[in-house]
Unconditional design. Sequence first.
Length: 328
Amino acid sequence: MKRYLGLVYKGAGMGAADAVPGVSGGTIAFITGIYEELIQTIERFGPGAVGIWKREGSAGLVEYLNLRFLLPLLAGIGLSLVSVAHIVVWLMEAQPRLLDGFFFGLVGASALVVWRRPSTWRWWYLLPLAVGLVLAQALPALMPLVSQLGSPRLVLVLAGFIAISALLLPGVSGSLLLLTMGLYGTVMEGIRSADMALLAVFGLGCLAGLMVFSRVLGWLLRHGHDATMQLLVGFILGSLPALWPWRQMTAYQMGPDEQAIPLDYQYLAPGEYSVVTGEPSQWPLVVPLMLLGAVLVLSVDRFTAGSPTSNEDERDSVDKDKEDGSNA
């Protein structure tokens, strides 16, 4: 029961983070030590599951699909989207600098945690790190092209595919990509109002994204684990500018839902921010919240590092189960 409640809390954290443009639920999964198990679990959904079900029945299928892990996590995400996420969205509007400061510290510390994971550092790890950094910066700039595809349904399907893929990538915010596509308000309002027609189309894209992207990430983790981790560090570092509390939008365009889509920002020091914008920088509150976010991540990492179940054991178990499913 304690493990299930813990998974619900972690799922709630992922759901709340994904409601904030600039933060990824994948980052929360990284911080809480469930990222690789999550990717490996999603990978199991496929033809291999049918073979397991025919051979071992419902009990075997539950074990193969790791539903004791996945269902509490999904419950936490769902509960968060209809409760905690609303509070986070309110904070984003009412106290954006305080919220950004907390998440800046949290995400920055998570990059440090992942960066120091490899037991042996290789100089060429700088290459995947740089690729992740560049892609994290380039992806939001490409997203406005999605809204120009014409068909609203096709746009929603593709938006779901991209947003859920971003959820699986630490440092790449699905909400931020939706915002740059001009669909953030549309999707959030659809969730609030339970617009089943909109959610069904968006969900179709999400399902396709989960099936495809989880397999890509799973393959990368199995065939180049440490290099893939550095790629993910690059994505995390690339998300930090979007969370800098003292930034001012300098260019934008209006999206189809009449929401401003940021195109460029000016990044300022706290004192400069007050002079340029005329608004209080709130640095006496923001800086402690940055430190709180960082300390929280480092504390969670220290706690999960002492867990008796290692990631290596999880990978071996998943690989064995997948092989059994494909042979069935």
